[in-house]
Design a protein around this ligand. Sequence first.
Ligand code: ATP
Ligand code: MG
Length: 313
Amino acid sequence: MTTPAIEVRDLVKRYRKGTANAVDGVSFDVEPGQFFALLGPNGAGKTTTIAILTTTLSPTSGTVRICGHDVVREASLVRRQAGIIFQNASLDMNLTGEENVRIHAILYNLYPYRPIYRLMPGAYRQQLRELADVVGLGADVFKPVKRLSGGMRRKLEIIRGLMHHPRVLFLDEPTSGLDTASRRNLWQYIRELRRRHDITICLTTHQLDEAEEADRVCILDHGHVVALGTPQHVKSQLAHDRLYIDALDRAALRSRLVEMQVPFSEDGVFVVELDGRTAHEVVRAIDEPLTVLRTESPTLEDAYLRILAAGDE
Ligand SMILES: Nc1ncnc2c1ncn2[C@@H]1O[C@H](COP(=O)(O)OP(=O)(O)OP(=O)(O)O)[C@@H](O)[C@H]1O
Ligand SMILES: [Mg+2]
């Protein structure tokens, strides 16, 4: 059996005594090389979980191992394996972008640095240039951070998080604030990293389409795991295929659907939830000539909204 890249057991985090647990008994595993997406509404506990997994916050109870190393007892080994791209900017505004990256590289002891010459080795400059090109920051990396836009700062964080070739990369809403082209570039690069270096990705996002290609997703709500599995599994458990139909005589179609006791809603056309029935069975039972007829499979977003709605009931 291989050691999981991420192993989380009964993780609990309470920020202050007497308050609710921000993370409340969370368990999951991520295998090496997998792409794992942590989803959930604002305040669900995603950032708290990632902070514990990357050793920037200590757990109240439970255990977490990254590549087999305990985040509490072996924090420095974990830091060497893990890269993080934070949700909130953590850049020094008084420095240039490159200086921010350099400090990180020195702190992590990534490259042999000779303070006498104040020189970073060629490998550093090459990696910096490559990453700056990937995210589309280019030569702007050498500008003072305070003169960069929000999206450009985000790109700088991404560069910094990737400098030390992490085995496990944590990204807390990496694409928020990025324009469409930069978002696509970043995704291409992440795919490339996975393919070439077998890197494990743990991502949080509110863009559900970004999680569609995850190997597994975990949905958190109020600090609890409310769904865990492949996107396909989560979808099939919680959302059905849908049948979109319409007729010239809409009133007749509506009363027929009521009569058939199929769950449906109206959204311009009639939307029938195919829970257990096939589209064919439903259509065959309708006498009205149909003007619209198509089916659609649920997206992860459909399933996600349903899961959270069920939790609020
Ligand atoms: N430093 C803190 N001190 C006290 N409570 C905190 C702190 N950070 C977060 N919380 C609380 O913990 C809970 C989980 O917050 P967290 O930031 O982990 O959510 P999230 O899932 O990342 O949300 P978002 O999607 O908005 O980023 C929230 O109720 C939040 O108010
Ligand atoms: Mg967050």
